[in-house]
Design a protein around this ligand. Structure first.
Ligand SMILES: NC(=O)c1ccc[n+]([C@@H]2O[C@H](COP(=O)([O-])OP(=O)(O)OC[C@H]3O[C@@H](n4cnc5c(N)ncnc54)[C@H](OP(=O)(O)O)[C@@H]3O)[C@@H](O)[C@H]2O)c1
Length: 340
């Protein structure tokens, strides 16, 4: 967790390398706090859980948005922040003003570990001076999620290939009837959008299954290891007709917004599986619902969705209909529920 050399180079103004005083600025379970202390004896992890919003689920770095500190709690919280060498989390998670206040008020602060995605944008919004940015190192959790998300991708692609919804429906109906076609990943072509930290982990696993992998790249160059072919993101509509699975690992940016749009979804090979572990905004969700309805997308496994409420009953009544229950969407994390 702490890179010794880097830390000793920037740590104590006194010149002595001492224990690092880390203050918990965003919620973390007490058993994980103890684990951190056990694994990294060079730090003292200061936490007062009562000063942090209660977590709604594991890894809820933001905590309950309705929760508020009393003025006395806020004073105590800031006192702790202002005594830290390092912060676990950006105070308020995406609160640029709180970050700016803390960096200005605490000259001993040397390191802030952003826990949730989007830390870079919060640091930019805080408008820190060059001297402050020189003094405080900001680190993120980029890369940490690659393994678990790549497994989720494999799970989604397998669920699509093996017709999981049909298996579940037959199990519920106690039907062990005639045979039907089940796909095999080894025969499949999978398009991976984004070949960054997550995309590369995905590619590695798909190779192990024997898939042919097409990746996207904005700049020309040789395909990275494990990728058979590269296409430009502007050419998706031309390529999706020959793939069995599409995997999105892209960030939310103006350029990626609705990259999987109606035109791309109109061109997919019928029954294609779609897995999204990047950001929900990359997919035009109303168009996806239509594609699921008519079978162009045979199965979707969505770890992220653009709508804060997931495919809510009010906005996507079809997704909640009895027919859909036999069909094909798994929602996790942001959706926080499965609608199957
Ligand atoms: N589901 C979750 O819980 C979860 C967890 C962590 C992260 N995420 C999301 O996943 C995203 C990717 O994470 P990562 O660690 O793989 O990030 P990364 O290493 O920065 O890789 C991002 C990839 O996206 C590509 N990309 C960016 N904009 C693009 C565009 N307009 N067109 C085509 N490709 C574009 C980049 O291509 P270049 O190489 O050309 O720049 C790069 O290959 C994060 O930004 C975050 O939004 C989700």
């Amino acid at each position: 967790m702490i890179v010794g050399g880097r830390w000793s180079a920037v740590n104590p103004p006194s010149g002595r390398v001492g224990r690092v005083r880390v203050v918990l600025a965003t919620p973390l379970d007490e058993d994980l706090c103890r684990l951190v202390e056990e694994r990294e004896p060079r730090l003292t992890l200061i936490r007062e859980h009562a000063l942090l919003p209660p977590m709604r689920w594991p890894s809820d770095h933001t905590g309950d948005p309705e929760w508020r500190r009393t003025p006395a709690q806020q004073r105590r919280f800031e006192e702790l922040l202002d005594s830290a060498d390092a912060l676990y989390g950006i105070p308020g998670e995406h609160d640029a003003a709180a970050l700016a206040r803390t960096v200005a008020a605490n000259p001993r602060l040397r390191w802030v570990q952003a826990m949730a995605a989007g830390g870079g944008a919060t640091v930019r919004a805080a408008g820190l001076t060059a001297a402050q940015l020189e003094r405080v190192v900001f680190t993120t959790t980029a890369g940490v999620h690659g393994g678990p998300l790549a497994e989720f991708v494999v799970f989604g692609l397998l669920a699509g290939a093996k017709t999981l919804p049909l298996l579940q429906a037959r199990q519920r109906a106690h039907e062990w009837g005639p045979r039907w076609f089940m796909g095999q990943l080894a025969d499949q072509v999978v398009l991976v959008l984004g070949l960054g930290g997550i995309g590369r982990e995905v590619v590695q696993r798909l190779r192990a299954f024997g898939c042919r992998v097409i990746g996207t790249a904005r700049r020309p160059g040789p395909p990275p290891e494990g990728v058979d072919e590269l296409v430009h993101p502007a050419d998706l509509a031309a390529v999706v007709g020959r793939v069995d699975g599409i995997v999105v690992t892209l960030p939310a940016t103006p350029a990626t917004e609705r990259m999987i749009d109606r035109e791309v979804l109109a061109a997919v090979r019928p029954g294609c599986t779609l897995v999204n572990v990047g950001r929900g905004s990359v997919i035009d969700e109303p168009a996806l619902v239509e594609a699921l309805r008519d079978g162009r997308i045979g199965f979707a496994a969505l770890d992220v969705v653009a709508h804060p409420g997931g495919f809510s009953r009010a906005e996507f009544p079809w997704a909640w209909s009895p027919e859909q229950r036999l069909r094909a969407v798994l929602l996790t994390r942001s959706g926080r529920r499965s609608i199957l």
